[in-house]
Design a protein around this ligand. Structure first.
Ligand SMILES: *Cc1c(COP(=O)(O)O)cnc(C)c1O
Length: 353
């Protein structure tokens, strides 16, 4: 039987979801003559600034409903990224102690500001084992989002659930990146379950196992190399990446992701992360194919996150150059592709909130 605490905790999570409401769906300007419209669902509008907000809420709700988190349980996770910030936010909301086990290069500042704590661990790949050990030692719950994402129940709060309430017509393509794979799987399930005509594309950065694993039908494929695009791309195929739901995986060069992220910032003013660039680049490739085939319709992709720290990374010339990421050729290609487009048109961020 579910405890009073759990009932109240789940109600708090549902209330938070209702309070946040729907994230904006803004139009990215394309030449009208193309007959293709591109929409960006802006997950940077979430209270913790990224699409991890939804997943963190859903994962904690699952663990509470299953009795793995009860009153006072210490929540432990292995990540230094925006998942840690999102989980710390929800742990604070529910009055639960929170510890993020993160690589040394990650900052724990925001987690602390949200009442959580963090441990730095070296080497980076040791965070998973350390988090599991720590959770056992304190009698806490190790969320393990890469594993838990495979079975997450969204309680109606998935990005796909929300998107389909915002659009009037099913998009031709939905284009997303894959970290855990949960966002892609939710979109794929929505499309398949509804028998909808839309297709799902996953964009994948360099070093990631997802594109080669998908393309060669090798579910155990591993590169052993970390992705340089924060939030997406994995060294191995994760359990939450459901290849059967995915129509196409588009490999995107990291320098193209940087170029496109800078482009999104110019259009929206938001300091988006590089994964949003990967999304835009992949969406534009798909749109180029649609145009070549004379196909019209809508394409939807995401602003995955935005944060001032990205101004010192992918939006900074010196940073990109020091990593050998020459975005300029890709910027030129994008400019050529979009040249019919009137540069004065700002992105419409009006709807949905
Ligand atoms: C985590 C993340 C993704 C991928 O989402 P998953 O649901 O974990 O696959 C995409 N973009 C950004 C910015 C992310 O942080």
């Amino acid at each position: 039987m579910i405890s009073t605490w759990a009932t109240e905790a789940l109600a708090l999570l549902d209330d938070e979801r209702a309070r946040v409401g729907v994230t904006p769906l803004g139009e990215f300007p394309l030449p009208a003559s193309w007959g293709v419209r591109l929409w960006l669902k802006d997950e940077s509008a979430q209270p913790t600034g990224s699409l991890k907000h939804r997943l963190a809420r859903a994962l904690l709700a699952d663990a509470i409903a299953a009795g793995r988190i009860v009153a006072g349980t210490t929540v432990v996770e292995a990540t230094g990224g925006s998942m840690a910030v999102a989980q710390a936010y929800f742990a604070q909301l529910l009055g639960l102690p929170y510890i993020a086990v993160m690589p040394k290069k990650s900052s724990g500042e925001e987690v602390e500001r949200l009442g959580g704590s963090y441990r730095h661990v070296d080497p980076p790949l040791a965070i998973y084992e350390e988090a599991e050990k720590l959770a056992r030692a304190v009698g806490g719950h190790y969320v393990d989002h890469y594993t838990a994402a495979a079975t997450v129940g969204w309680r109606g709060g998935s990005l796909a659930d929300e998107l389909f309430e915002q659009v009037t017509e099913c998009p031709r393509w939905i284009v997303v990146g894959a970290g855990t794979g949960a966002t892609a799987a939710a979109a794929g399930r929505r499309l398949r379950a509804g028998g909808l005509p839309g297709r799902l594309a996953v964009v994948d950065p360099e070093n990631s196992a997802y594109f080669p694993g998908w393309a060669s039908d090798a579910p155990d494929y591993s590169t052993g190399m970390p992705s340089r695009i924060e939030g997406i791309g994995r060294p191995r195929m994760e359990p939450g990446f459901v290849a059967d739901l995915i129509d196409l995986v588009v490999p995107v060069p990291d320098a193209a992701s940087v170029a496109a992220a800078r482009w999104v910032r110019q259009v929206t003013g938001l300091p988006v992360g590089p994964a949003t660039g990967t999304n835009l680049w992949g969406a534009l490739e798909i749109i180029a194919r649609m145009r070549a085939q004379g196909v019209r319709g809508d394409v939807v992709t995401l602003i995955g996150d935005a944060h001032p720290r990205h101004l010192r990374a992918c939006h900074d010339d010196g940073w990109a150059e020091s990593r050998g990421l020459d975005w300029r050729p890709y910027e030129k290609r994008m400019a050529r592709l979009l040249e019919e487009h009137d540069a004065g048109g700002a992105m419409d961020r009006g709807s949905g909130r």
